[in-house]
Write a protein of this length. Sequence first.
Length: 220
Amino acid sequence: MTNANRRARARRQRRIRIMRQRIFGLSAMVMAFIATYSICFAGNARAAMPHAEDCICGECCELGEPAFIVLEDEPVPLADSFEAESAPQPYTELEAVTLAKMLWGECRGCGTTSQAGSAWCALNRVDDPRWSDDLITVITQPSQFFGYDESHPVDPGLLALAEDVLSRYHAEKAGDGDAGRVLPKEYVYFTGDGTDNYFRKEFADTGDYWDWSMASPYGD
C-alpha cells in the first residue's frame, strides 16, 4: 500500500469517527428533552388531581384514585318553550268588535247578564238554520239588530264581555256542558226598554219572556 493510499484511508476513518460522535450527541439531546417533558407532564397531572381534603366521595381518596365529578345538565322544562304559546282563539277579532258595537247600541245601559244575553241571542241565530251561520252576517243584516252601527265606538268593557261570551260559546261547542250560557238556544228575539232587554222565542211579542233562571257567571 502506498503512502497516498494510507493517508486517504486515515482521512475516511477520521470522518466516520466525527459522524458517529455527532449522531451520539444528537441522540443524547433528544433523550434529555423527552425525559424533561415526561417529568413536567407527570407533575402537572399530579397537581390536577384532587387532594384528599377536596374529595367528595371518600373511598376513592383512600384508594389513591383520582376523583372525577360528572356534571349533568339540568333538563330545560318544555313548558318554558312551548306552553308560553297560547292556544289560538276560536273567534276572530272582527267578530268580537262587531259584537261589541252591537252591544253598545242595543244594551249599553243594561246589566252585565242582560248584555251577555244579547250576545247569546245573536249566537243562537248563528246556530238556527233560519239565519246565516256567520256571526258578522247575522249582526249586520238589515232589519235584524237595529242597535248595530259600524260607526259605534268599541267600548273596552263591552269588547271584553263580547270576547268572554264568544269564548264560552266555543267552549260549549267543544263539549263543555257548563260553559256559562245565560240564555237558552231557542231564544232568538228580544226587545228592550233602555234599562233591560226581554228575550223571547217567537217573533210575535206575547209577553212570554226568559225568566233568567240560569245561573249567571257575572253575578248580577
